[in-house]
Design a protein around this ligand. Sequence first.
Ligand SMILES: [Zn+2]
Length: 555
Amino acid sequence: MEAAMRITFIGGARTVTGAAYRVETTQAAVLVDCGLFQGPRALEERNRRMERYRPLDVDAVVLTHAHMDHAGLVPALVKAGYKGPIYCTPATRDLCEIMLLDSAHIQEMEAAWETRRNLRVGRKPVLPLYDQQDARKALSLFSQIPYGRRERVASGVHVRFQDAGHILGSASVELWADDGGRGWKLVFSGDIGRKNQPIIQDPQPIEEAQIVLVESTYGDRLHKSHEETLDEFLSVILEAVRERGKVVIPSFAVGRTQEVLYILHEFLRKGLIPDIPVYVDSPLAIAATEIFNRHPECFDGQARALLRRGDEPLRLPHLVLCRTTEESMAINQMEGPAIIIAASGMCNAGRIKHHLKHNLWRSNSHIVFIGYQAQGTVGRQIVDGARSVRILGEPVTVAAKVHTLGGFSAHADRDELLGWVRHLKTPGLKVFVVHGEERGALSLADALGGCGIPWVAVPRLLDSFELGEAVPSAAHPLTERHLPIDALMDVERRLRRLRKRLSKKGLPSEEATHTFTQRAHELQSSLEQMESVLQLRQGEDDLGGTGLSEVQDGS
Ligand SMILES: [Zn+2]
């Protein structure tokens, strides 16, 4: 019998979150990425289904980068019993240290808040997904492999990291697996960055693979050019300086904040803007910036040249780092023009709320959005042109000028993704399109087919394929280009019937309860996925084609 090599899509399939791909040979099982699911409740419930990851039956974990949708579930895996090594690049390890502890802190706070709410109505307390102790235990298992070095990670399995140009330390993973004498080479793209992104290197093309998993976050759209975005950003700052107003930038802590600092440094160096105060108001962003400064090996030629001249690209003459709440509050007492970079990126939590409260109503303030604003967030309301928004329990008039800069994305667009895949020259290449909402993934799959790639699949969550000669042709996605409204209605009907049957039965046997609950979960998950596709489409219509520049991973 032929040896069976298998790949299972636990997460990051037809969704942009929860990336986790299990590769099994007859000798070993390796998990590539172990990310948090974020978004609709049914999706987030998957974070608690650790049995799907088979933590006791994984020999090694390999991480592409530190974003939470790729690494954020690692402490839960460890809490569930995983004790093996976790491989990543040195910069990813350092970023994971601050991000996993921060994530654990958030999990603890949310669980405490939900517990208080539950106890008031006689319900059970809620346990955090994981706590800081779990995160520390996970961090003790981390093992670093620099870019370009091939290392054995499990019996018969070797990996090598190549720079993915997405955030500091981000990698595509080349994975060689020996399966009973038969050799396989798989490539996991991770999140692929854009060319000429500030600070970090460009994505490194890879030339050989039999099987590739490629991300598709922006599989259906093209970005504005970086130059256009820079021009727009510069004119906003100059206008604020003229009017003695503040520029408020809601920003994600890791990656985007440092990119903005680098651009401001460039503007200053070229004498394009006057030397006004710049505040970074987020402890996580400050910690991440320190890690950037510790990893010049990840910098591109331009950033290295600055360093050689003794010019540190993330340090500005009037940079103020606000760690404490008092320092944060003090910003609002300052007169005159200034740039304030604060978390969170979608304005739904954190210190940015105070800055919006103090600046939104002023006509000489500028609010600059550089990231994706999800539906239901304060950021989205402002982008959508709300005249007044509720912040910290009070209505605040929006008189400030609002700008959405589309070119800051840390993700390759459709053409860049196609270019990356076309570097793979192996005849008979098989492509799995992952890590994208359904529409982006299907659209990229279509485009790849159009480029002459003979075998392209868009797997669903929990799909599992044996990588023999005959990968099932049912994996081919190109017949499902349209949103299945009929299917949606069918699911709704089935859900209603299911509820009726459940309520009629009163208290069914334990086995039946289990089956029903499982089915209800599956149906709910399908429903929410379809709803999110609908929402995404609605969102694009609302944005009037300005494009979404960011995904929930905080990239
Ligand atoms: Zn990412």
